[in-house]
Structures are given as structure tokens and as C-alpha cells.
Ligand binder design. Sequence first.
Ligand SMILES: [Zn+2]
Length: 357
Amino acid sequence: MHFHDDSLFPENQEKLVIQAAPYGPEWLPGDSEDIPLTMDEQVQTAVDCYNAGATVLHIHVRELDGHGSKRMSMFNEMMVRLRQAVPEMVLQIGGSISFAPEEGGNEAKWLDYDTRHMLAEIDPKPDQVTIAIGTGQMSIIEMMSDSDLEGTSIGNNPALYKAYRDMIVEAGPEFYLEHLKRLQANGIQAHFQLGHVAQLETVERLIRRGVYTGPLILNYVAIGGGDAGRHPADLVEFIRRVPDGAVLTIESLMRSVAPMNAVGIALGQHVRVGNEDNLWFRKGERTSNLKQIEQMVKISETLGRDIATGAEAKKIYKIGEYYGSVDETLSRLGMVPNRQPGQRGFMLRPEGSAGRV
Ligand SMILES: [Zn+2]
């Protein structure tokens, strides 16, 4: 993104979109006081997050035994209930549906491709499904300290700890090419979860080759263990490398969530919070979904940046937008055109295009 002299002024920035991830699929009820168990509690959690200022809901569904649900019927039921309860929210299904370990607690294995492709068939359909780009390590405990894990199921269960320490994201081209196709065919927006600049470059190649022709809505996933860590220079560089027309949300882990998000808010980006990412406020002091959302509202308002309403969040996220061609996609994302045969030098936007084709 290009920062003009006036880009840091809140009146020139998009209103803040707060993404809530309140279902903590890697945790079990009791790991945090506010992990909802029943369907009613899960729906009420969404309502509470919305009332606190969150306008995007990152969804995982929990079974009554406390583990993450892998049943499509549960996802369908949750979607029906959420559409009624929080009609203004952007509903985003976590593509890492298999994030929760299998029963027995010794596996954190991502489900096979066919099962994950079923996320494109949820009815009623969500606004978005998150998608990882590229197979890699996702060791979610690498950046967690012993005190972060104290008293949690992962901290107390060596087998579970090991499963999450060694977790692999299975998302190679065979998966994401087909998944993007299915999401687009069903009118569901892909929400890219990118752990570093190399994954952003892969997405740019997909766009430049016409494989993906829609809005570029993404999270910078700075959770360590194979993804970016906490270095602010990497965060700022990622923001710098994202096209002007993209919508970027900062996602981090445990007590880096607030400071990383504070940088993101100051720089006009959006934020994600919730017990899926963080259980702590000050050292040794627990937080909650609602406290984390309220903290983001407070930081943003202190800087003079307004909080988006649900309708505004849907517009900012470009829900329902699709583009007809590679050129249109590049133009709408604020990216320069592809090189034509024989063209020398760096590419410029076409004269008179005013950024649109
Ligand atoms: Zn998730």
C-alpha cells in the first residue's frame, strides 16, 4: 500500500472492521471462561461480539462433547441461526475446520481435500471461507510461553501439545486451485490467510494468471511456527507489499495481538481478536472475547478512527463483488497491468484509466 502524507489521518482511513474469532477451536470448554458449548451459547456469543463492535465473525462450530464439529449439518444449523441472530455481520467460516483434534486428543490433522471442499456447500452459504495458500508448518505453540499455556488443555496434555507443535497445514496447489474454483462458483468470497510475503506473491501470480478474479481480502497471520512472527518490520513490510485495493486484517497470537493490532489500526488496517488467538490481557491476567473487542474499539476511538457498522463492513470487505477479467481485477486491486510481449520497463496504469477499466 502506498502511504500519502495524509494516509495516517483517521478521517482518510476506512472505518475499522473488527473480526472476532470467539470459538477457540484449539481449546476445550474451561480453558477460557467464555468458550461457548451449546448451539444457543455459540449464537449468543456472536450477538455479544456484534454488540461490542465486531462486524466479521470467524466461525468454528463446537459439538456438545467440547470438540470442534466436523459435521456439515452442524455448520448448516449454525448458519441458519446466525443469519437470524446477527444479520448485519459478515459470516466467515474458518477453513481450518479440522483445526480441532480428533477425539482422543492426539491428532491435529487437517482433513482431506474432499471434506474441506464441502465448506463451499454449506447452506445457507456464508459470506466467506478462509483459505490457506501453500503447505507448511503451523506450530501454533511455538510462540506461546509456558505461562500462556498454563492451566489449558494443551498445556496439561503432552499428546495434545505435541500434536499442535507438529501441526502441518495441507494446502498445496491441488487443494487451493480447486477450492478457489468452488468458492467462486458458489458465490462465496475467499478470505486469504497469509503467513508471509512469499504466500502473498503466490496469490499475486494467481491473480495475474486469471486463476483468481475477485477482491483481495486477507489476514496477515503472524502466529509464528511457520508463519510470520512478531517482528514489526515484517508487519510493516507486509502492509507495504499489499496492493492498495486489498483489505488487510492483522492476526497475531496471545499477548502480541493487542500491540500488533494497535500498529495495524494506526496504519489504517483492520484487526482480528478473540479467544482463538489470545487468552491474556496483562501478564497473568486473563482476557475475554468481549474485553478484546472493547480494547480495539477504545484504541481506535482514541486515535479518532471510527468503527465500521455491519453494513459498512460488508462494503469495505466487498462482499458479493466479482470481476470479469484479469485486467479488471488488477485495476480494481490497484495493481499495474501485466506485461505485454515486447514491453520494456516497469508497468504503468493505462493512461486515462483513472484506476478503472
Ligand atoms: Zn479459525
